[in-house]
Design a protein around this ligand. Structure first.
Ligand SMILES: NC(=O)c1ccc[n+]([C@@H]2O[C@H](COP(=O)([O-])OP(=O)(O)OC[C@H]3O[C@@H](n4cnc5c(N)ncnc54)[C@H](OP(=O)(O)O)[C@@H]3O)[C@@H](O)[C@H]2O)c1
Length: 274
């Protein structure tokens, strides 16, 4: 019997998750199917219930349902509790288990695929939405020298910093508050690039040899990465690696086996640049 999985989102037509999981399944010899499911904005819980009733074993969750998925989960991993958002669901007779693999995906992409250690680094996280929230604890676990959260709405950044204050001292504020500071790793977790907008980045924020990481990806350079290159960042990375790594972590949760992400990431990269 083929086990069914899916990704819920709205919109969902652009999702690369079905292609990624199909490759993982083939590589690991797992008999699964994986589809993209468009959930109505006011009908997430009902859509999940239908999928479970039809025999669904698990699902990924993307924009805008990660917080609703958190509330729907009857049990949650510690990292999902910390993030306050769920991107991975597993269904069994005991209920709905919620996990969050976004942070693990980002950290693995930076540390393993890009070969950049977080330890001792000055990190700047741009944005204070769901994606930023999910990666703070995993970033702090890498023992950076400092973490600054900058956001257009400074109060949201400050609230996030408070939430994680028990893990480490986290600074926060507006984009203007980082004037005069430089960072070794700058991560764009805003959705500005989605709208093609650039960020009000002050000159000098990229330290010598720094990494600029945009969680977004697409054909060609994102506006943030173009800005970072002009401002002197040496290493530029988009979020394709994070997407593949968070998917591998979800596959591990569901199937108990971690796929080799390198060939899948290379194939997706070829398709994106073709
Ligand atoms: N690669 C991956 O696997 C992966 C995984 C998760 C997310 N992502 C990406 O991460 C990004 C953020 O997603 P999210 O779920 O966190 O979204 P979200 O919850 O809607 O948060 C959006 C954030 O972007 C900021 N923002 C939006 N437009 C801006 C602009 N023009 N200038 C400055 N700041 C702006 C918002 O600031 P305010 O608070 O001031 O509104 C907020 O901090 C998206 O591009 C998403 O595709 C990628």
């Amino acid at each position: 019997m083929t086990d069914r999985y899916c990704v819920f989102g709205n919109p969902i037509g652009h999702s690369r998750s079905p292609a990624i999981h199909a490759r993982f399944a083939a590589q690991c010899g797992q008999d699964i199917s994986y589809e993209a499911v468009l959930a109505p904005l006011d009908g997430f819980a009902a859509t999940v219930a239908q999928f479970v009733a039809a025999g669904g074993k698990g699902a990924n969750v993307t924009v805008p349902f990660k917080e609703e998925a958190f509330r729907l989960s009857t049990r949650r991993s510690a990292r999902a509790e910390r993030a306050g958002a769920v991107n991975t669901l597993a269904f069994d007779e005991s209920g709905i288990f919620g996990d969050n693999t976004d942070g693990a995906g980002l950290v693995r992409d930076i540390a393993v695929n890009l070969g950049v250690s977080l330890a001792g680094q000055r990190i700047l996280l741009l944005g204070a939405g769901g994606a930023a929230r999910g990666v703070i604890a995993p970033l702090l676990a890498g023992r950076p020298a400092s973490l600054f959260i900058a956001n257009r709405s400074a109060d949201k950044a400050a609230a996030l910093a408070c939430e994680f204050a028990d893990l480490a001292a986290v600074d926060a504020g507006s984009f203007g508050k980082i004037a005069g500071c430089s960072f070794d790793i700058v991560i764009n977790a805003t959705s500005a690039s989605l709208a093609g907008a650039s960020l009000p980045l002050l000159p000098g924020i990229f330290a010598a040899g720094s990494l600029a990481y945009d969680m977004m990806f697409g054909k060609g350079e994102t506006p943030f990465l173009a800005q970072a290159r002009e401002e002197g960042a040496v290493l530029l990375a988009d979020g394709l690696g994070m997407l593949v790594e968070q998917a591998a972590e979800a596959f591990l949760v569901w199937r108990g086996v971690r796929p080799d992400t390198a060939p899948v990431l290379a194939e997706l990269r070829r398709q994106l640049t073709a």
